[in-house]
Design a protein around this ligand. Structure first.
Ligand code: ADP
Ligand code: ASP
Ligand code: MG
Length: 318
């Protein structure tokens, strides 16, 4: 019997920070494929989006070349370290990375020439990290004997409005995923962080937006579970980088998770919960560095904690 329930697995930048991290992600996805149909949503490798956006400054030509050299080196290093894992798929992965770099060159040199970075161009530039990470991931999954299908966010995550803070068009996203759900295959790879408008242009969901992409895909695929794989073992009672005593919450309600994320808990993008909550899809926040830790389960009905306080978060520089 083929598994039919769908699990959406979103991997953040730190979960894709090195060749070893890519191996772990491939293992986790392969394991999930034994019991589920799986939609993988991937962020850019850690640091790549910041590199591409060049600190918000418009690069001159030399700076643009340095950004491109950094983009190339970061991915080439990982592909070289994964050469054995990728086997004959390494060639196509390298070609895809070259093609993305060429797109980046055109866009960044254009910005340097115009001394201007229009939001629509920045949205395209910033999408390159997710596309590169997914090219590597698709190669690795194929080399494992799996049959992933790449989903282009431009044709599946329909958005409109501000190119750097686009709004999803849920009815259209649902419609495009209806065909995906009906497919015989059971493994998809979707780059996070961006979608496409009616004219086929790339628009960004905003920084940290891959969580949002994953939630939109989970809702549209009627997934059984949305997993947010990150570098900490769940949603903590407070930011673990600031509060040493913070601990991962075994569970939290949608309402509590929404409040924590709206008020600064970076582990979940603030727009992640509403699309899945509407469909009653639970969210598991868990660590790719400690995959056997149960992490945090977020769902509708959760008994209140004895202290009355689930967690604390704060917004910097308010
Ligand atoms: P990813 O790259 O996986 O999307 P992020 O860096 O966006 O990861 O989010 C994970 C980080 O969120 C953690 O490393 C932690 O520093 C920070 N964080 C802030 N508040 C919380 C919290 N309440 N619980 C867990 N992590 C938190
Ligand atoms: N790579 C994007 C960012 O750095 C999106 C994400 O990580 O969710 O903002
Ligand atoms: Mg994040």
């Amino acid at each position: 019997m083929s598994p039919s329930a769908i699990r959406v697995m979103k991997f953040g930048g730190t979960s894709l920070g090195s060749a070893d991290r890519f191996r772990t992600v491939t293992d986790l996805v392969a394991e999930a494929c034994a019991t589920h149909r799986v939609c993988v949503v991937a962020s850019a490798m850690a640091g790549v989006t910041n590199l591409l956006l060049h600190g918000g400054h418009v690069p001159n030509r030399d700076e643009a070349d340095r950004v491109l050299a950094g983009f190339r080196a970061r991915h080439a290093e990982v592909v070289a370290a994964l050469a054995e894992d990728l086997g004959e798929k390494a060639t196509i992965v390298r070609e895809e990375l070259d093609a993305l770099e060429a797109i980046g060159r055109r866009l960044l040199h254009g910005m340097a020439l115009l001394e201007e970075g229009p939001p629509s161009v920045l949205a395209q530039v910033s999408s390159l990290g997710e596309r590169a990470a997914c090219a590597i991931l698709v190669g690795l999954l194929k080399a494992r004997g799996l049959a992933p299908r790449y989903l282009d966010p431009v044709t599946h995550i329909h958005v409109e409005g501000d190119p750097l803070q686009a709004r999803p068009k849920m009815a259209e996203i649902e419609a495009s995923f209806q065909a995906v759900r009906a497919e015989a295959g059971g493994l998809w790879v979707l780059p996070g962080f961006f979608g496409g408008d009616a004219a086929g242009r790339i628009l960004s969901l905003g920084r940290g937006g891959s969580d949002h992409s994953a939630a939109l895909a989970a809702a549209a695929l009627h997934a059984e579970l949305l997993e947010i794989w990150t570098d900490v073992a769940g949603l903590y009672s407070a930011d673990p980088t600031l509060v040493p005593e913070a601990f991962p919450l075994p569970e939290a309600s949608f309402e509590e998770a929404m409040e924590l994320s709206f008020f600064g808990a970076k582990v979940l993008h603030p727009k992640t919960i509403p699309p899945v909550r509407e469909r009653g899809i639970p969210v598991r926040v868990c660590s790719s560095f400690d995959p056997h830790h149960p992490g945090t389960i977020i769902r509708e009905e959760v008994p209140p904690p004895p202290s009355g306080v689930r967690g604390l978060s704060f917004l910097r520089d308010l």
